[in-house]
Design a protein around this ligand. Structure first.
Ligand SMILES: Nc1nc2c(ncn2[C@@H]2O[C@H](COP(=O)(O)OP(=O)(O)OP(=O)(O)O)[C@@H](O)[C@H]2O)c(=O)[nH]1
Ligand SMILES: [Mg+2]
Length: 369
């Protein structure tokens, strides 16, 4: 490859973007390609960066806003990765509440840096349970209309809609979802995968690597409605130190914490978009626990488990929910206190931020390259 391939994997909060990116990155690395990863969030202290770095990939983190609003930082991050690892492929994960990526990231990259980067078609992942609820195929708690506006816009600009977590669906549910997506968003190819098992990933990579992205056309986006939708979401990033005189089970600690936060937010009728946490022992090494909850009525689970009990460690917690950020703060602090007391662990909050994402104001917005 002469130009560096630039792959963007979008999709709503919790759809499985980071898991899928890791899967693609590992497959490409196995083929002898050098891969650089770019994560993105409104603020720092990211579970995604910790998780991807623990697998030995070069990761750059762009904080303080989404790619579209931090376009120059995105380019700088790609350049830093180029100096360090000269990647053949970049894979970038935009913030899960972000849309309008063709017009604000893809076209500007191609117009300004088209001699350096070969841009892949835009993939947008969906969690099948969330998507089935949003599309009205299944009942269950969902988000407000303005948040769903963003969800719909993400799908409207997708060139490949990737139904992820297919392992969670019965065949008839998958058929219904596939048909609904194909008829509502006919511009996109629909790909079915399980990022966890790897099913369908090879075929998806083929579409990403060989596919030709469109060169013109920007969807209509009402930026007021988009901003209102983002502002309904509360965001919380926290980093804590946990410590105990005797070794404790870090996996259970994370699951206990997720359960406490889930129960407290459900009692307030606040829908979780994604709660994710990592816990790493203080000692150097690659041992890591990663816990996730992607729906208020879902089940918290560990995608990575700590191999050994630990005496001290760093816990990173990222929570995105349709809720007042003050509620998120009070909930997380109360849950941490309760779980630490039960486990006989002392905890110290090193960093905690809670906020609503600001109005998106893209650096560029183009209707074509
Ligand atoms: N069952 C199942 N779970 C999956 C699959 N892929 C991802 N997940 C789980 O979905 C949850 C969310 O995954 P992430 O990869 O963190 O999702 P994300 O889209 O990057 O989330 P944000 O960065 O918060 O927007 C985790 O618990 C993953 O283990 C899959 O194929 N099957
Ligand atoms: Mg992610």
């Amino acid at each position: 490859m002469s130009k560096t391939r630039y792959i963007m994997v979008g999709g709503f909060l919790g759809a499985g973007k980071t898991t899928a990116i890791l899967k693609i990155a590992e497959r490409l690395r196995d083929q002898g390609l050098r891969v650089g990863l770019i994560t993105n969030d409104q603020s720092y202290g990211l579970v995604d960066t910790t998780m991807l770095s623990s697998h030995g990939f070069a990761v750059e983190e762009i904080t303080g806003g989404c790619f579209c609003c931090r376009f120059n930082s995105l380019v700088d991050a790609a350049e830093r990765l180029s100096v360090e690892t000269t990647p053949d492929v970049f894979i970038a994960e935009p913030v899960g509440s972000c849309t309008d990526l063709k017009a604000t990231v893809d076209y500007p990259l191609r117009r300004i840096y088209g001699d350096q980067y070969a841009i892949a078609p835009l993939s947008v992942l969906v969690d099948p349970i969330r998507a089935s609820r949003v599309l009205g195929l299944e009942t269950g708690k969902s988000f407000s209309e303005k948040v769903i506006y963003i969800y719909g816009k993400q799908l409207e600009e997708a060139e490949i809609i990737v139904i992820n977590k297919v392992d969670l669906l019965a065949p008839e549910q998958l058929d219904a979802l596939r048909q609904a997506l194909a008829s509502r968003f006919p511009q996109a190819q629909v790909q079915v995968i399980s990022a966890r098992s790897g099913m369908g990933v090879e075929e998806w990579i083929g579409r990403i690597i060989d596919g030709v992205p469109k060169t013109a056309g920007a969807m209509a986006v009402d930026y007021e409605e988009y901003a209102d939708g983002e502002a309904l979401l509360g965001w919380l990033n926290a980093t804590l130190e946990v410590r105990s005189p005797t070794p404790f089970d870090g996996n259970e600690l994370l699951l206990g914490l997720a359960g406490q936060i889930q129960a407290r937010l459900r009692a307030e009728f606040a829908e979780v978009a994604h709660l994710k946490m990592t816990l790493a022992p203080e000692e150097e090494g690659n041992d890591l626990a990663v816990a996730n909850l992607t729906r208020g009525d879902g089940t918290a689970e560990l995608s990575h488990r700590l191999q050994e009990p630990l005496e001290s460690g760093r816990l990173i917690l990222n929570l995105r929910a349709e809720a007042d950020p003050e509620l998120l703060r009070a909930t997380v602090l109360a849950a941490v206190g309760a779980v630490a007391a039960t486990a006989g662990v002392t905890q110290c909050v090193e960093h905690l931020e809670h906020f609503r994402p600001g109005k998106p104001t893209p650096t560029h917005r183009l209707a074509g390259i």
